[in-house]
Design a protein around this ligand. Structure first.
Ligand SMILES: [Zn+2]
Length: 312
């Protein structure tokens, strides 16, 4: 599968990654390790307070155990840069293996061209980090489609097509216990890097043919959502808010650093979603909510209907 991944990503492998199996318990240990690394206690309590305050997660809900349970359930595989290895949970069904391996191979390849570790651990630059995650996951999503379904032509999909698929994605994942219980804020945060990122990648392929997105990473989720602003190279319209964080492994809430700013991706979810039920009662939130009638688009022909976990 490596040659077709390399061809679709238009990058050559410099070395072969390892493939290792992991029990779900080991996946959980990894999730805990990464979560605590990304979110030191002070940052965690700040974020949790902010999410409570804005009504984005219910008051009694604690973020850390919720996210650990959610990620442990959702992870279908992961690539760990420290060990140059793809990790595949032992309980993944054989029919899902190609899906998982094709996705994680893209991350292994990316890691041979940019330092994934340094991208993921940019402390205090959480919106920038979320933007980078969206590029990495978006590229993996697009390449994965080309590898698994060569008859598909993502380049012909309409603009914004991937993000419109979030309802379908959420429905598939909604069959799982933790995901179905999670607040909208967390669910969309989990899905955004894959689908929002894939739309950005499609824009990049159309507008920067022959170039590698890894050499010119966007610096904010605003640029992911509005690639024309990425093209301009500027940052504008940032929204001040409170505490913040990002998280490894599928994106998650995209608040910027403590005391700083919230990313647009997070804000969009907030305006459209549950926040309007609580304290975001401005006209903007109401408009966002009115627009938030979600479309049920058909999945692409041949899409794997059984897919209900995340390749992180
Ligand atoms: Zn991934």
């Amino acid at each position: 599968m490596m040659p077709s991944v390399a061809q679709s990503a238009q990058l050559a492998f410099k070395r072969e990654p390892l493939v290792l199996r992991r029990s779900r318990e080991q996946v959980r240990d990894y999730v805990i390790h990464k979560f605590d690394q990304d979110l030191p206690p002070r940052e965690l309590s700040g974020l949790e307070a902010a999410l409570h305050r804005f009504g984005l997660i219910p008051d009694p809900m604690q973020l850390r155990p919720t996210m650990i349970d959610l990620l442990t359930e959702q992870i279908a595989g992961y690539y760990d840069a420290d060990s140059n290895a793809l990790y595949i949970p032992a309980d993944i069904e054989p029919s899902q293996l190609r899906n998982v391996v094709s996705h994680e191979l893209v991350h292994a390849l990316q890691d041979q061209y940019v330092s994934l570790d340094s991208i993921i651990t940019q402390q205090g630059h959480n919106d920038r980090r979320s933007a980078a995650q969206a590029v990495l996951e978006g590229q993996a999503t697009v390449v994965q489609i080309s590898v698994l379904m060569p008859e598909q032509r993502p380049d012909t999909y309409p603009v914004g097509w991937f993000w419109q698929q979030r309802v379908v994605a959420a429905r598939l994942q909604g069959q799982m216990a933790q995901f179905s219980r999670a607040p909208l804020w967390l669910r969309e945060g989990l899905i955004f890097p894959y689908l929002g990122g894939a739309d950005f990648i499609m824009w990049f392929r159309h507008n920067r043919p022959g170039r590698s997105v890894l050499t010119a990473m966007p610096t904010s989720t605003e640029q992911i959502l509005h690639p024309d602003r990425y093209a301009e190279g500027g940052v504008r319209g940032r929204v001040g808010l409170v505490h913040g964080v990002g998280r490894r492994g599928g994106g998650g809430p995209v608040f910027d650093g403590a005391g700083a700013r919230v990313g647009q991706a997070a804000l969009r979810a907030a305006l459209r979603g549950e926040a309007a039920d609580h304290r975001w009662t401005t006209g903007r939130a109401a408009r966002g909510r009115a627009r938030g009638v979600e479309r049920l688009d058909a999945p692409p022909p041949g899409e794997d209907q059984g897919h209900s976990r995340l390749n992180t």
